[in-house]
Design a protein around this ligand. Structure first.
Ligand code: UT7
Length: 336
């Protein structure tokens, strides 16, 4: 791989969660499940759901404001807006264009990027390449989901998992030796049927039948996705480290996709990472697909778990199947 012309890194972060809290106790009253089963099998205690009158772009706006402030940039400085989501406000126009308008980011190109739970990392790598090449100075990348809108609250196998939220990163040039050191993206479309939304696209457009058969909701083969997630996230993390010329021991904080505590623990074991070097917030947020990694990273930074010079390893896996990993040397936010 060619060395980037300019290093690029995260200059500002922000996050926003759905305002309504859904606890395991609430779910006990909705489907045949128990708080004990959900805690033991997933590690999730509660998740945040979006209000009925809000949409994914509202979450992005809520996360973008602090991220821009932290980076010390104005909306008019943005050259590009990328929103990773599987739950856009509308099939089209893109959620990124809605955000562009509402922010007043008049100079920005804007597009959505669909790589499910890996969407934020795919977006981060695209942003890095535009900054590294000199084509853009400032790129806003969001991972944002209103998963409650496509969750079947009659299906106990999936409805206990998902939450709504958004995380935003502002990507700009970094100092030499800082920012994104290496990345790795991959996919395996053969596994597409393991986790998908059957209806609402061109294969099976919305109709009375698709609605009656509940085909607009997420379908998942949980145990197969679980196995693949453990294997692929471990492999992807190691590949990004190899590309960065770093060892597992060099990582100060692992920020994995927050799908299931047992998956996170298995990946951490494979990387030999002790608990205190692994960011976990799925107990409070559930699985927020593309929003999980940026929200967890933002929280880790706000809690002081990431300091200047620390090596941070981001890794995600999701529908597609897709995966991605990014190694960063943290510079700190706020540089202009
Ligand atoms: O973000 C993208 C990636 N997504 C993931 O990584 C999710 C990966 N998968 C998982 O996290 C887990 O597979 C689940 C949490 C979804 C399920 O856990 P599991 O240990 O794999 O359970 P299972 O699907 O093998 O089901 C075991 C049993 C079944 O009962 P029987 O058939 O053995 O009688 C299920 O019906 O647990 C039952 N079950 C539940 N019981 C109580 C499934 N969901 C529930 C529930 N409450 N909510």
């Amino acid at each position: 791989m060619m060395a980037p012309l300019r290093p690029a890194g995260i200059a500002g972060l922000g996050s926003c969660l759905g305002e309504r809290v859904l606890t395991n106790g609430d779910l006990e009253r909705m489907v045949d499940t128990t708080d004990e089963w959900i805690r033991e099998r997933t590690g999730i205690l509660r998740r945040h759901l979006l209000a009925p009158d809000k949409a994914t772009s509202d979450l992005v706006l809520g996360a973008a404001t602090p991220a821009l402030e932290q980076a010390g940039v104005e909306p008019g400085d943005l050259d590009m807006i990328i929103v990773g989501t599987v739950t856009p406000d509308h099939p089209f126009p893109s959620t990124a264009c809605l955000v562009q308008d509402r922010l007043g980011a008049r100079r920005a190109a804007a597009f959505d990027l669909q790589a499910a739970c890996s969407g934020f990392l795919y977006g981060l790598v695209v942003a890095e390449r535009f900054v590294a090449s000199g084509s853009c100075r400032t790129v806003l990348v969001a991972g944002a989901e209103a998963l409650s809108r496509i969750t079947d609250y009659q299906d106990r196998k999936t409805c206990v998992l998902f939450g709504d939220g958004a995380g935003v990163a502002v990507v700009r040039e970094a100092s030499p030796g800082y920012g994104i050191l290496a990345s790795y993206l991959g996919s395996d479309g053969a596994g597409g049927g393991l986790l998908y939304q059957p209806a609402g696209g061109s294969r099976l457009p919305a109709s009375e039948t698709t609605v009656a058969e509940r085909l607009h909701y997420v379908r998942m083969n949980g145990s197969e996705v679980f196995k693949q997630a453990v294997r692929v996230m471990g492999d992807a993390a190691l590949e990004a480290l190899r590309r960065a010329g770093l060892r597992k021991e060099d990582v100060d904080l692992l920020v994995p996709h927050q799908a299931n505590l047992r998956i996170v623990e298995a990946v951490a074991r494979r990387l030999g990472m002790p608990e205190d070097r692994v960011m976990v917030n799925l107990d409070e947020c559930g699985n927020m697909s593309s929003a999980s990694v940026p929200v967890a990273l933002d929280q880790a930074v706000r809690e002081g778990r990431v300091g200047r010079g620390d090596v941070v390893l981001l890794v995600a896996f999701g529908a597609g199947l897709t995966w991605g990993s990014v190694v960063l040397r943290w510079e700190g936010t706020g540089r202009a």
